[in-house]
Design a protein. Structure first.
Length: 73
């Protein structure tokens, strides 16, 4: 019985699953942290809250948010 090596995730998968802080996420999509807070509260953007004040974003969620046609209006 041969042992198969585990498939490594591709570089794209690893990049898209990166976890960003609120400041990093705001810089990534070129908005203010306050704008991100409003979008999360409105339900347009997903965020993780591991503790009371910490907020984290997956890069893939930010990309999906941008592709959905989000606008600053």
């Amino acid at each position: 019985m041969a042992i198969k090596p585990k498939d490594k995730p591709s570089a794209e998968t690893a990049t898209n699953s990166a976890i960003l802080t609120k400041a990093q996420a705001a810089e990534y999509i070129q908005v203010t942290p306050r704008y991100l807070e409003r979008q999360v509260r409105a339900g347009r953007l997903r965020a993780m809250k591991p503790t009371g004040k910490l907020v984290r974003f997956f890069r893939r969620d930010l990309d999906a948010f941008l592709l959905s046609g989000a606008s600053i209006a």
